[in-house]
Design a protein around this ligand. Structure first.
Ligand code: ZN
Length: 420
C-alpha cells in the first residue's frame, strides 16, 4: 500500500512489531484516518505511525482509503481497517440443531446457516456437518479471505447431560475440551469456546445503550439457562456454573428433573417439558418448534401451556430480580419466539413474586439478534480476542494467528475466556 506523499520509497519494517496493534485499535475506533491524525492522537511521530501501518498493511489488516486535502494543501492518504481479508468462524451448537456463520474480522456476520442435526448424533457427526457447511459458505462467499479464528458456543454441560446423550453417544463425548480440540485441529487457528448463553448475553449487552449495571440473558429453549453480567463482566461462579436458573425449585411442583431434583423450572416450563406435557394430553408434536407453530396458530392447549410456563419462568425471574436487581432481562429461544402468551405469563409471575419497586424498573425484551444471537456472540468472542493489540503485534511478528495466541485462551471451566 502507499503511505502518502512522504512515505519512504523502500521502507523496511524494523525488527519490532510492537504497538502496531495499538494503532489498529485506534484506527478501528476512529474509522478512516490519515497518518497525521493517528500520530496526533497517539502522541507519536508520523514516521512511527507510518512504520506500524506498513506492518499492518503487510498483514492484510489495513487498506488505503481515498486521498484527501491536508492542512497544507497536499493530499493525505486515508487508511482504514481492512476487516474482510481475514475471517472469523462462529459455531453455535444447539441441542436440536446448530448454526454456523462466517464473519469478518470485526465480527460482522457475512453469511449463516442452520444445520438440523441434534447433539444426540454425537460431536463427530455434528461437527463434520458444520465443517462441511462452513467450507461451502467460505468457498462461495469469501474464497480469498483466510480464517483467523473460531468462536464456539455450546450448551452447558448439565444441559447436554440432561438432553444430549443417547445410548450410543456419551455425555463425555461432548466434553468442551474435546470439542475445542476437534475444531482447532480442523482449522488450525485460535479457537475460543464458551457456554452459549454467555456469548449471547455478551452479544446482546453490547447493543444496549445505556447499558444496565446488572443484565441477564435467559435462554428459553429446549431447556432453560441464564447468564448474568455485572458491570459488563460475566458472573461465572464456581466451576462456571452460575446462572442455571433452570434448576430453581418451583413451589407446588413435584415434577422430576433430570438433575435428580423435584420441581425444577426445567421440569415444568422448558420447551422439552411442554412438548412432553402436550403429548400426554394428546397433542401431536415432536419438537419445540412445533409448539411455537401451534401457538402462532392459536392452538388453545399450546397457548395455555405456554402461558402457564411463562408464569413459572416469571416466578424464577422474580428470584433473580429480588436478588440481583437487573435493569434489563433479555429472553431468547423457541419459547421466547412464541411471543404474547409467554411474555404475558412471565409478567404475571414476575409481578406477583418480585418486590414491586424492583420489578417496575426491569425491562424484559426478546433478544434483538434473534436466531443469530449465538453465532454473533461466538463471532464477537473470537474477534475481540484476535484484535487485542498484543495479539495483533504477535500475529504480525509470527505471520500466524495460531502462534499469535500461544496460550490458547479458550474457556477452561473456571476461568474467563479472555486470559491474554
Ligand atoms: Zn433440576
Amino acid at each position: 500500500m502507499s503511505m502518502g506523499h512522504d512515505a519512504p520509497a523502500q521502507a523496511r519494517p524494523p525488527a519490532t512489531f510492537e504497538r502496531s496493534g495499538e494503532v489498529l485499535a485506534h484506527l478501528r475506533a476512529r474509522g478512516c484516518s490519515t497518518i497525521g491524525q493517528l500520530a496526533a492522537d497517539l502522541g507519536v511521530a508520523r514516521s512511527t505511525v507510518r512504520q506500524r501501518l506498513l506492518h499492518l498493511a503487510s498483514g492484510g489488516l489495513i487498506e488505503d482509503g481515498p486521498a484527501i486535502s491536508g492542512n497544507r494543501g497536499r493530499p493525505a492518504q486515508l487508511v482504514s481497517f481492512a476487516s474482510s481479508q481475514h475471517l472469523v468462524l462462529a459455531l453455535h451448537v444447539g441441542l436440536t440443531g446448530s448454526r454456523v456463520a462466517i464473519a469478518d474480522l470485526d465480527g460482522v456476520i457475512i453469511e449463516e446457516r442452520l444445520v438440523e442435526l441434534p447433539v444426540s448424533a454425537g460431536p463427530s457427526a455434528v461437527l463434520d456437518e458444520l465443517f462441511r457447511t462452513i467450507n461451502v459458505m467460505h468457498t462461495r462467499t469469501a474464497p480469498r479471505s483466510t480464517v483467523a479464528g473460531v468462536g464456539v458456543a455450546m450448551p452447558s454441560p448439565s444441559e447436554l447431560t440432561d438432553f444430549g446423550p443417547t445410548a450410543s453417544v456419551s455425555t463425555a463425548a461432548w466434553d468442551e475440551a474435546s470439542v475445542l480440540q476437534m475444531v482447532k485441529d480442523r482449522f488450525q487457528v485460535p479457537t475460543l469456546l464458551d457456554r452459549d448463553v454467555n456469548v449471547m448475553a455478551r452479544a446482546e449487552y453490547a447493543r444496549l445503550d445505556p447499558a444496565p449495571d446488572v443484565f441477564a440473558c435467559v435462554k428459553l429453549g429446549t431447556l432453560i439457562d441464564a447468564a448474568i453480567l455485572v458491570d459488563g463482566r460475566l458472573l461465572r461462579g464456581v466451576g462456571n456454573r452460575a446462572g442455571q436458573i433452570g434448576h430453581l425449585k418451583m413451589a407446588g411442583s413435584d415434577a422430576m428433573c433430570s438433575c435428580g431434583g423435584i420441581g425444577c423450572l426445567n421440569a415444568v416450563a422448558s420447551g422439552d417439558a411442554l412438548v412432553r406435557h402436550l403429548r400426554t394430553v394428546g397433542v401431536a408434536i415432536d419438537h419445540v418448534r412445533d409448539l411455537v407453530e401451534l401457538a402462532h396458530r392459536g392452538h388453545g392447549q399450546a397457548v395455555g401451556a405456554i402461558r402457564e410456563a411463562g408464569v413459572r419462568i416469571g416466578q424464577a425471574l422474580a428470584a433473580l430480580v429480588n436478588l440481583l436487581g437487573p435493569g434489563s432481562i433479555m429472553t431468547w429461544g423457541y419459547l421466547a419466539d412464541t411471543g404474547a402468551p409467554l411474555s404475558a405469563g412471565i409478567r404475571a409471575g414476575l409481578y406477583a413474586d418480585a418486590l414491586p419497586r424492583s420489578s417496575a424498573q426491569v425491562s424484559i425484551e426478546q433478544a434483538t439478534l434473534g436466531d443469530l444471537t449465538g453465532v454473533q456472540g461466538a463471532a464477537s468472542m473470537a474477534s475481540e480476542e484476535l484484535l487485542r493489540p498484543n495479539v495483533i503485534d504477535r500475529y504480525l511478528a509470527k505471520g500466524s494467528w495460531l502462534e499469535a495466541l500461544p496460550n490458547d485462551p479458550h474457556y477452561l471451566g473456571d476461568a474467563p475466556p479472555t486470559r491474554i
